[in-house]
Design a binder for this molecule. Sequence first.
Ligand code: TRP
Length: 332
Amino acid sequence: MENKKVMLSGIQPSGDLHLGNYLGAIKNWAARAEEFDCYYFMADMHTITVRQNPADLRRRTLEQLAQYIACGLDPEKNTLFIQSHVPAHAELGWVLNCYTMFGELSRMTQFKDKSAKHKDNINGGLFTYPALMAADILLYQPDFVPVGEDQKQHVELTRNIVQRFNGIYGDVFKMPEPYIPKAGARVMGLTTPDSKMSKSIPEGCVFLMEKPEDIQRKFKRAITDSDTENCVRYDPQNKPGVANLMNIYSAVTGKSFEEIEQEFAGQGYGKFKPAVGDAVVEVLRPIREEAQRILADKAYLEKVYTEGAQKASYVAGKTLRKVYKKIGFVAR
Ligand code: TRP
């Protein structure tokens, strides 16, 4: 463990996991377990920046953990935990709030978007959220933070905080690098191929736990092109819908774009779309079944998140103690 590079990421349990989360993030994380020392957490503290239904939040947090494991994140090889179980996040979050500038927070696009969307609840947490995210990251001294494009700005802000803090107190935090997956793994909405797959557009979003018939229906209704060519060809500029389906098909089957073009030569979208649907159904089937099995085993889940929080607290505690000492807090 000692010499492995550290990787950390979180997902907010504010919605059900979908194919974009799996292909763009979780699947790649699972493949890194041997090479890196990995920490993944359910960012429940972040979700309450937007009002949540308590029962749903609790259920989704556990479902998300079960789904992470079912997607291949082995709790023996990765540290999986629930953010609110490790109090150091809240503690360092407060400290870093005091090293994050109002102007910096004001420039965050996610804050601007979310405050425009939730005009009746523009709370302090929504604004200072990036300081908590910086704490999430820096507690574990990671080398890499795998995030989607939309979170890159927050990782950049974290880097500014590191520079500011280390500039005052010496080498306390390791400088983290954002780790953005290749464009190939970026899954777009089936009905909106110009924007990424999102739970907020459910018709174009394939959820991990969805029934095969529903998945098939969504693929059959996927947007292809407005052109009349009806030909499976990789051209993201002019045929973004087809390119997205090819990306998905390639990600789940391992076939190259040329192989896919050959496979469907002369067959048109009518054959292609259900074939992508079938391939996705087969990839998600064992994940769904495994997630359901794990979710039914409450004792196992509890063991995973309890042990995960213990391991995480140990590492996070070391960083927090160092920070407290540097800033002048009396040791407890
Ligand atoms: N902000 C991230 C999102 O909304 C989730 C998150 C919280 C996160 N803390 C993190 C991601 C730390 C990476 C590292 O998707």
